[in-house]
Ligand binder design. Structure first.
Ligand SMILES: Cc1cc2nc3c(=O)[nH]c(=O)nc-3n(C[C@H](O)[C@H](O)[C@H](O)COP(=O)(O)O)c2cc1C
Length: 487
């Protein structure tokens, strides 16, 4: 059967998908996809896979695709990042029997993509992209799709999209933000850019960005004319988004955890999902945030969910009728709802020409990422989610005095002004004490002498055993070999 293309591919293979769950590293795993499909998603993506690792490492292939085969998990698009046509095609050939299409990620704006030279950092390498897609389109049995970010200029974005279409891309997902719009500069996505692309190409276009409620989906489709809409963050906060429902957070968590029992995944993914779903509630019940960060089993997570449910239900019972949700939220904190990030420092330009804004953002974004304390990396954001009071500003970190010998932080109460390691060596060599570090070589040596003396006296009195044990113990302590004693 010939390979379906463009609109036929969307209509037949993707069954006219309108509600789409985004590819998300560590977050669009099988369990999440199954939950999403139960709640209205028509199409899901795998998290981004590294083409080179996929080709090289059979375990990576199993863990990230082959072991997750599930007939109900279709239609499914496997997404890759790549910067070499041959590697991309080899990876896609190894993946094509497990999915309905292969997506090329040319939208990732993160530092890791900059270092690895992929994602949005290929946005200016049109020849390379053209080749990757052409070769993929020729050699694969499934269609190639692309997920892109926009350029600040609408014209350039349109030219770019047309180039990808010409190369053989069969469906485009347009994330209406530039590659500089990330972290604190994320801001709103431009549906205007998406609309211009949709009008210019003759392949299906999906819109991505600003989708937090079902009403956004309808509005986006109406304004841009796209066939479907993709959601990432909005969907993580409310997996029932495509049903137009906002259920209680514990209900969604319960269901997700049941699915995880059927389709297991890493505890770190589970935690990350619950931190997102419970985002607003964990601001109220800080202790549960710590509990969630600490638990080591699914049963433990379920227990935290039960406690969260209990507390929220008590709060609901005491709610005064007509009382407005706290914190300016549209719903009470225990209801699945989006988290709206504070906007970028510069507001979008009103006349639609965002080039100046984007230029400013571009420079700022790179500076932010590399030095500005306001920029938080993904890992730091995760740490902040667990501990909102955490301060990452290096200037405000306490300064430690240095050890005189090695430069490591010295012990505050060390009598020699050294770090613990250097102090231990010195105190042992000189048979000295450092109470600050709990090192009592001198005291113990003196005690051992006393015991030896007592032992000698005991031997003279016929009492042998007790004395030996004590002396051996002291020798071990002096050598630092008896665990837990020399502290
Ligand atoms: C946790 C997380 C992981 C993501 N991982 C990927 C990825 O693997 N591939 C990709 O193309 N985009 C990835 N993205 C970006 C989203 O797919 C999406 O383009 C972006 O979040 C904008 O959509 P939104 O406004 O609905 O959040 C990720 C986003 C999030 C929040």
């Amino acid at each position: 059967m010939p390979k379906l293309q463009g609109f036929d591919f969307w209509r037949t293979t993707l069954k006219g998908a309108r509600y789409v769950v985004a590819p998300m590293v560590d977050q669009s795993e099988l369990a999440w996809r199954m939950l999403s499909r139960r709640h209205g998603a028509h199409l899901c993506y795998t998290p981004m896979l590294h083409a080179q690792v996929f080709v090289r490492d059979s375990n990576y292939r199993k863990e990230n695709l082959y072991n997750d085969v599930c007939p109900e998990d279709r239609p499914l698009i496997a997404q890759f990042c790549a910067n070499d046509p041959e590697v991309f095609v080899q990876a896609a050939l190894l993946a094509q029997d497990y999915c309905d299409a292969i997506d090329l990620n040319i939208g990732c704006p993160q530092m890791i993509a900059k270092r690895g030279h992929y994602g949005a950092f290929l946005q200016d390498e049109w020849d390379l992209l053209h080749k990757m897609i052409t070769v993929g389109n020729e050699r694969l049995s499934v269609p190639i799709t692309c997920k892109i970010r926009v350029f600040s200029e609408i014209d350039k974005t349109v030219k770019y999209a047309k180039m990808l279409e010409k190369a053989g891309c069969q469906m485009l997902t347009v994330h209406g933000r530039t590659k500089e719009q990330k972290g604190p500069l994320t801001g709103v996505a431009s549906w205007e850019h998406i609309k211009a692309v949709r009008k210019a190409v003759s392949i299906p276009v999906l819109a991505n960005g600003n989708i937090q409620y079902l009403s956004d989906v309808d509005r986006c489709i109406q304004e841009t004319g796209v066939l479907g809409v993709m959601s990432a963050e909005g969907h993580l906060h409310n997996p029932a988004l495509f049903e137009g429902r906002n259920p209680p957070v514990w209900e969604m968590a319960e269901e997700y955890l049941e699915i995880v029992r059927l389709y297991p995944c890493s505890l770190s993914y589970i935690r990350a999902h619950l931190f997102k779903m419970w985002h607003h509630t964990l601001h109220v019940y800080q202790g549960l945030r710590d509990e969630l960060a600490k638990v080591k089993t699914i049963a433990g997570v379920e227990e935290v969910n039960r406690e969260l449910k209990k507390r929220c239900q008590e709060e609901m019972a005491n709610q005064v009728e007509g009382e407005k949700p706290k914190g300016g939220l549209p719903f009470p904190h225990w209801i699945c709802q989006p988290y709206v990030r504070p906007g970028p420092k510069k507001l979008p330009v009103e006349n639609g020409d965002r080039s100046t804004e984007a230029k400013t953002c571009s420079k700022r974004a790179l500076e932010d990422e590399e030095g500005n304390p306001e920029f938080l990396s993904k890992n730091k954001l995760k740490k902040k989610a667990r501990n909102p009071h955490k301060n990452f500003d290096l200037a405000q970190k306490p300064k430690y005095a240095k050890c005189e010998q090695c430069g490591n932080p010295k012990g505050n109460k060390c009598v020699f002004s050294l770090c613990r390691g250097c102090c231990k060596k010195k105190a042992f060599k000189e048979t000295a004490d450092c109470p600050g570090h709990g090192l009592l070589f001198k005291t113990k040596f003196e005690k051992s002498l006393k015991w030896k003396h007592a032992e000698n006296e005991g031997m003279m009195n016929g009492d042998k055993a007790g004395g030996h044990i004590q002396t051996d113990s002291i020798t071990a302590q002096l050598n630092g070999t008896e665990s837990g004693n020399v502290v």
